[in-house]
Design a protein around this ligand. Structure first.
Ligand SMILES: NC(=O)c1ccc[n+]([C@@H]2O[C@H](COP(=O)([O-])OP(=O)(O)OC[C@H]3O[C@@H](n4cnc5c(N)ncnc54)[C@H](OP(=O)(O)O)[C@@H]3O)[C@@H](O)[C@H]2O)c1
Length: 249
């Protein structure tokens, strides 16, 4: 896909990575960018960069009505970036028994992304194929027991991504899975280790969109895990298990 000819829709466009997507798309010459957020006022800053090309839209991806209305109203979209996501439950599956947070993670990261894919697949077909980008996490492939329910929700979203890719190949839609490690945004503000910058994740994504690459692992952390998963997946499971405080005691 040529980014300069595209019309993009970015969910969670007020967040750390979402804003970086909008900025990079502006720089790439994208015709128009629909910037989605739950609260319109949270988009003021990013819209001010280019009010002619950045169109703010109110979009909670867990609200079926809003999602379907968006597909009707923004039927010129050729590049859908499903970036919105939440991480609510820090802790293990057993040690943090907060089912409410776990269900919301599934609602946003899996069901919200699913609804967006369902609503926009016919639009992309009508517009010649287009591209869906699903922002997942390396934890979709390597469960972290210290952020267990989020890993599970991203794993569900990875299964969704592979299935949607298979379904939409016939209509010429590229479906890209973005699987970074920890990114330097609000979501990971309490994480002390190394993080990849939002700009690096966005650059890798837009390169994949341009070159037709299906799976990407931006940043050193994600690349190392993805490489080891190919040769020794059990070793990764053990490394992840070692993150638990009980394993370190
Ligand atoms: N940060 C990391 O370490 C990391 C690592 C790997 C993958 N990711 C993924 O990267 C994506 C972007 O996250 P981020 O790092 O930029 O974190 P962030 O700054 O917290 O942004 C998350 C965005 O998702 C939006 N959102 C949450 N629930 C929503 C809903 N129901 N409908 C629409 N938008 C919703 C948030 O909007 P509000 O402001 O309204 O809450 C916010 O714009 C997420 O999918 C995340 O899982 C992050």
């Amino acid at each position: 896909m040529k980014l300069a000819d595209s019309v993009a829709l970015v969910t969670g466009a007020n967040g750390g990575l979402g804003k970086a997507y909008v900025e990079a798309l502006l720089n790439a010459g994208t015709n128009r960018i629909y910037a989605g957020a739950r609260k319109l006022e949270s988009l003021a800053e990013i819209v001010s960069r280019d009010p002619h090309r950045v169109i703010p839209i109110q979009l909670d991806i867990t609200d079926a009505q809003l999602v379907n209305d968006a597909a009707v109203s923004y039927s010129d979209v050729t590049l859908l970036i499903n970036n919105a996501g939440v991480a609510l439950n820090y802790g293990g599956f057993v040690t943090n028994p907060d089912l409410k947070g776990a269900r919301t993670e599934m609602e946003v990261n899996y069901f919200g992304t699913l609804m967006m894919c369902q609503a926009f697949a016919p639009i992309l077909k009508q517009n010649g194929g287009g591209v869906i980008v699903n922002v997942l996490s390396i934890l979709a492939q390597a469960t972290s027991p210290v952020i267990g329910t989020y890993s599970a929700a991203k794993s569900a979203a990875l299964a969704l991504t592979k299935g949607v890719r298979a379904e939409l190949v016939a209509q010429g839609t590229l479906v890209v899975a973005v699987m970074p490690g920890t990114i330097d945004t609000e979501m990971s503000k309490d994480y002390a280790g190394a993080k990849v910058s939002p700009v690096e994740v966005v650059q890798a994504t837009l390169q994949a969109v341009t070159d037709g690459i299906e799976d990407i692992y931006p940043g050193e952390q994600a690349t190392a895990i993805a490489t080891q998963l190919l040769s020794d997946p059990k070793a990764i499971e053990k490394q992840m298990a070692a993150l638990l405080p009980t394993a370190q005691a």
